[in-house]
Design a protein around this ligand. Structure first.
Ligand code: PAF
Length: 516
């Protein structure tokens, strides 16, 4: 494989022109280690809209992100070794610009980005004034010069990752961020170029940082809570000087709200003269994704695909309502007869079994009814059954029981509002009535019904929306904290990718790794 070493704008520009593939950038400050090797490895397996990608590693020790008393001058540098490692790790090119190339008039004379206070008021933002402004400024500069499609960043620098995501979003830059879980050495220490500064005894002391964090995870799991002063004093007792230990909302970097499932516990310490950072995530259960929206928005297909991609259980709430419709029909019970419905539901034992091919088997009272619930009779009955309060209350409780451990994605009308109001990600999936009518007509055509009039179908959809959102029991409403995704003009794959990106903004790879 050809490996290119680039230094100037001209060399970078020429290399860009030669590429037939999209560029994926792995920005670094050099002194490459196993953490970077993992970033490059992940970059090599990424794809963008099914296009091939080439991996460019940049090496630039950015003066703007070091404070006056920090280690800019002594920061470890070694280009020869980095070239060797980047080649061995499988990058396609390495770009090592000089400071003049990045900041022609000098770093201080260059325009600078100011990161919003809300993202820097805790963690390193507090103790390293101007650091993240420097990071954002240089990354934006690297991006304008390289023009990549994707950027690979480590979760090790969690605050940096959150800030850079916000930067790309606020500036509407169509560049995707792929995050990679922290890589640790055998002794538990998170890989960092600054670990080089530690001598043997400091290295031993430093190990108490990841140890204290994993003790906190264990204590949290055993419902013993988190005691920040105790963590601080244990670190100090081990010879580390604590800069901060903080418990925050990982997405907003602000104090965590009471009922949130996922928390970031992060710490910075000084070990001798070396500053080290590390973090962990605390969770009471695995993540939950709630997808709600009107009929015809493509929810089922999207939810099934998303579950497969993220290794989540697909909680098919539609199948659950169909199963109740099935048992009522089998026993000739009128869905409006509350007493009879309540009685039969007492004997209703529903099991959703995930088969090897990830399809869901629906077992009711020991009978596999996966096929029967898809019959036209049940289809005709299900929305009527699903509108009965007794049925909704019963199935909501069942769904919440299944959701106790999390690790699932569920789709419906009231998942984000009634069933899992504490879901980490709520998506309200919708499309204009015109688009939904177009899709419906296409479906009907595929099924051999060629005569459907698009205007008529659109009118039916509008009427169904009106009924769904005004009915008294579980009306279709968007949860306040749901993200609305309008899918006009998007194919299934792009919708799934968009939701996956929203998931990753909330759930780190460290907590829920992408399978495969
Ligand atoms: O994480 C780093 O190595 C640096 O902060 C970055 C993103 C390369 C910007 O200088």
């Amino acid at each position: 494989m050809n490996f290119s070493i680039l230094r100037t704008h001209e060399e970078l520009g020429q290399w860009r022109e030669e590429q037939r593939a999209e560029i994926i950038l792995v920005p670094t400050m050099g002194c490459l280690h196993s953490g970077h090797s993992r970033l490059i490895e992940v970059a090599r397996t990424c794809e963008f809209n099914k296009k091939e990608l080439v991996v460019l590693v940049s090496i630039f020790v950015n003066p703007l992100q070091f404070g006056p008393d920090e280690d800019f001058k002594t920061y470890p540098r070694g280009l020869e070794k980095d070239i060797e490692l980047a080649t061995a790790f499988g990058a396609n090119a390495l770009w090592a610009p000089s400071t003049d190339q990045i900041f022609p008039k000098g770093p201080k004379s260059h325009f600078q980005i100011q990161v919003p206070k809300s993202l820097t008021s805790y963690l390193c933002g507090q103790s390293r004034a101007g650091h993240f402004d420097g990071v954002a400024t240089v990354v934006l500069r690297l991006l304008t010069l390289v023009k990549p499609r994707m950027l690979v960043l480590g979760e090790k620098d969690w605050q940096q990752l959150v800030i850079l995501r916000a930067l790309l979003k606020d500036l509407d830059l169509a560049i995707k961020i792929k995050s990679v879980a922290t890589v640790r050495d055998k002794d538990g220490l998170a890989c960092s170029s600054r670990n080089q500064y530690l001598d043997a005894s400091e290295r031993l002391m430093a190990q108490s940082l990841p140890k204290e964090l994993s003790n906190a995870v264990a204590s949290y799991k055993n419902q013993k809570g988190i005691n920040i002063p105790t963590i601080k004093s244990s670190l100090e007792q081990n010879g580390l000087k604590v800069d901060y230990v903080e418990l925050l909302d990982p997405q907003f970097l602000q104090p965590i709200k009471q009922n949130k499932n996922l928390a970031l516990l992060a710490a910075a310490v000084r070990c001798g003269s070396t500053r080290l950072i590390d973090h962990t995530f605390l969770m009471t259960r695995n993540p939950i994704v709630a997808i709600d929206g009107p009929a015809g928005a493509g929810k089922s297909t999207v939810t099934r695909e998303l579950a497969k991609k993220l290794g989540l259980l697909y909680l098919d709430t539609g199948a659950m309502y169909r199963s109740v419709a099935w048992i009522l029909k089998e026993n000739e019970i009128d869905p409006q007869n509350e007493e009879a419905v309540k009685k039969i539901l007492k004997t209703f034992d529903l099991e959703l079994k995930q088969a090897h091919d990830k399809s869901i088997k629906v077992i009711v009272n020991g009978n596999n009814i996966s096929n029967s619930i898809r019959s036209p009779d049940i289809t005709a009955l299900v929305s009527f059954v699903a509108a009965q309060k007794v049925v909704r209350d019963f199935l909501t409780t069942q769904q919440q029981k299944i959701g106790l451990k999390g690790g699932l994605v569920a789709e419906g009308r009231d998942i984000g509002t009634a069933v899992f109001p504490d879901a980490e990600l709520k998506v309200f999936l919708t499309a204009s009535t015109g688009e939904r009518a177009r899709r419906r007509v296409l479906d009907l055509k595929n099924q051999g019904f060629f005569k459907s009039e698009i205007n008529e179908v659109e009118a039916q959809i509008k009427e169904r929306d009106r009924l769904d959102s005004t009915r008294s029991i579980s009306p279709l409403v968007k949860a306040d904290d749901a993200i609305e995704l309008i899918t006009d003009g998007m194919n299934i794959n792009n919708v799934v990718i968009a939701i996956e990106d929203l998931f990753r903004e909330r759930i780190p790879e460290e907590v829920w790794p992408t399978p495969g």
